[in-house]
Design a protein around this ligand. Structure first.
Ligand SMILES: *[C@@H]1O[C@H](CO)[C@@H](O)[C@H](O)[C@H]1NC(C)=O
Ligand SMILES: *[C@@H]1O[C@H](CO)[C@@H](O)[C@H](O)[C@H]1NC(C)=O
Ligand SMILES: *[C@@H]1O[C@H](CO)[C@@H](O)[C@H](O)[C@H]1NC(C)=O
Length: 422
């Protein structure tokens, strides 16, 4: 079973150089970011025990439903982005970005001096890193998040009008992000020192990183207050990637094991850029590659690819298992994956220049209740045939892979690996 070259949205902003933003405005001593130690973050999967979103009372069906709703929301967002090709973070009001609620992974880092710990949502689909700042006009709960107070930090600096195109009457560089569901996050661009953990249990302080200080944020339902903001890993005007050699990598293990503790993100020169590679493309100002998006759990396949795959799967499975029709647009069966799918062949996605992504059972299917499982690959024409050529490789398909992004060579690398040995 094989699907030839599927095109996928990855990033959507341009890679405008940010030379006008590289002035150092604070007196912090320069830290060598190209230090030989690795900048490593533990990635916390939303549904794992160490996530503040974890609910031990969720049944298998509840969990599968969260995952599906998250994937549909993300897919909806990707579709809307495709329809708005002019998006760039340099524009005063950037276009729709996904609700941070839709992200799949959480990342911890610290901001300011003294450093304040922030739990953020990792997003490869947006370039601005932002955190909630005091004073704040939202009434979110303060209990589980430490809100950053710029007035208490010795390393904080506002951007000035010469740094941006969208300066307000107070001389501040403002931004506004509109979220799906007509809410928004508003604030100002600022610079701060970020503190990251390293592979040798130390920390690295990186001064003067531009970020969004959000003084007005929406009250999302479903516990938005459990995270402090977004770590944007896309390439754009206010992206932090140029400060980190334009490289990062992440490794993702078994997402269905709530105790799995080895998912990780590496930023900078020491990112794990190894394995087979495939080019990253820019089309209509959007980054496209032949692979993945970190914001969806499920994989979405273009109509033709989906039909070919789904027919093959049915040929193999239909002989033994009964297809369920309650959700006709999904491929679901009566059964238990660990019992009924032994011997199921692996599915390989081929990408240009010979890179392969091999999906085993746990990357292809999800147990949706005690007696039903579904294929975790969904049809891209779910929203109608306008979108029939759209594909996005989700995080489930990337399980047991290290994925390296090298924006200097415009290549994406993937390597099948046990994340615990990295
Ligand atoms: C983030 O860091 C804080 C402080 O070290 C820690 O208590 C918390 O468990 C971390 N959260 C996650 C999800 O890693
Ligand atoms: C889980 O269920 C227990 C018992 O019904 C309840 O006390 C607890 O608050 C629930 N936990 C969550 C996170 O909903
Ligand atoms: C940043 O701007 C705000 C609002 O104008 C101001 O209150 C604050 O003092 C400024 N901070 C610094 C460090 O200049």
């Amino acid at each position: 079973m094989a699907i030839a070259s599927v095109y996928t949205l990855l990033f959507f902003t341009s890679i405008t150089p940010i030379t006008h933003l590289t002035k150092i405005t604070t007196t912090t001593s320069e830290t060598n970011i190209n230090n030989p130690t690795k900048l490593v973050f533990r990635l916390t999967y939303k549904d794992s025990v160490s996530s503040p979103y974890y609910n031990p009372n969720d049944s298998t069906a509840d969990q599968a439903n969260h995952v599906l709703l998250r994937s549909i929301a993300r897919f909806d967002y990707l579709q809307k982005m495709l329809k708005q090709p002019s998006s760039d973070d340099d524009i005063h009001v950037s276009h729709l970005v996904p609700s941070p609620e839709d992200g799949v992974f959480l990342v911890n880092f610290s901001i300011g001096e003294p450093p304040v710990q922030q739990l953020t949502v990792m997003d490869t689909g947006s370039s601005l890193t932002w955190v909630k700042c005091l004073p704040c006009t939202s009434s979110f709960s303060l209990q589980s998040s430490q809100i950053f107070d710029p007035s208490k930090s010795s390393t904080y600096a506002n951007l000035t009008c010469s740094d941006c195109n969208n300066c307000d009457i107070y001389g501040q560089c403002t931004y506004k992000k509109e979220y799906l569901g007509s809410t928004s996050s508003e604030g100002i661009y600022a610079r701060e020192q970020l503190t990251f953990g390293t592979s040798d249990e130390g920390t690295i302080k990186v001064p003067d990183v531009i970020f969004g200080c959000s003084h007005s944020i929406p009250n999302f339902p479903n516990g938005y207050e459990r995270s402090n903001g977004v770590l944007g890993l896309s390439s754009g005007s206010f992206s932090l990637l140029p400060r980190f050699s334009n490289k990062f990598s992440y490794c993702v293990g078994n997402l269905r094991d709530p105790d799995y503790n080895f998912n990780q993100l590496v930023l900078g020169d020491k990112a794990d850029i190894e394995g087979d590679s495939t080019p990253i493309n820019i089309i209509n100002g959007f980054y496209y590659i032949n692979l993945e998006d970190s914001g969806t759990d499920h994989t979405w396949l273009a109509k033709n690819g989906y039909e070919a795959l789904s027919n093959e799967v049915q040929k193999v499975v239909n002989r033994v298992l009964k297809r369920r029709k309650d959700n006709p647009w999904m491929l679901c069966f009566d059964g238990i994956m660990s019992r009924d799918l032994t011997g199921f062949p692996v599915v390989t996605f081929h990408f240009s220049q010979g890179a392969d992504l091999v999906l085993d059972i746990d990357s292809m299917f999800i147990q949706t209740s005690d007696e039903e499982f579904c294929m975790a690959v969904l049809p891209g024409n779910y929203y109608g045939d306008d979108y029939e050529s759209f594909s996005a490789i989700g995080m489930m398909a990337q399980q047991n892979y290290n994925v390296g992004y090298d924006l200097k060579s415009m290549q994406l690398f993937f390597q099948r690996i046990d994340c615990s040995i990295l």
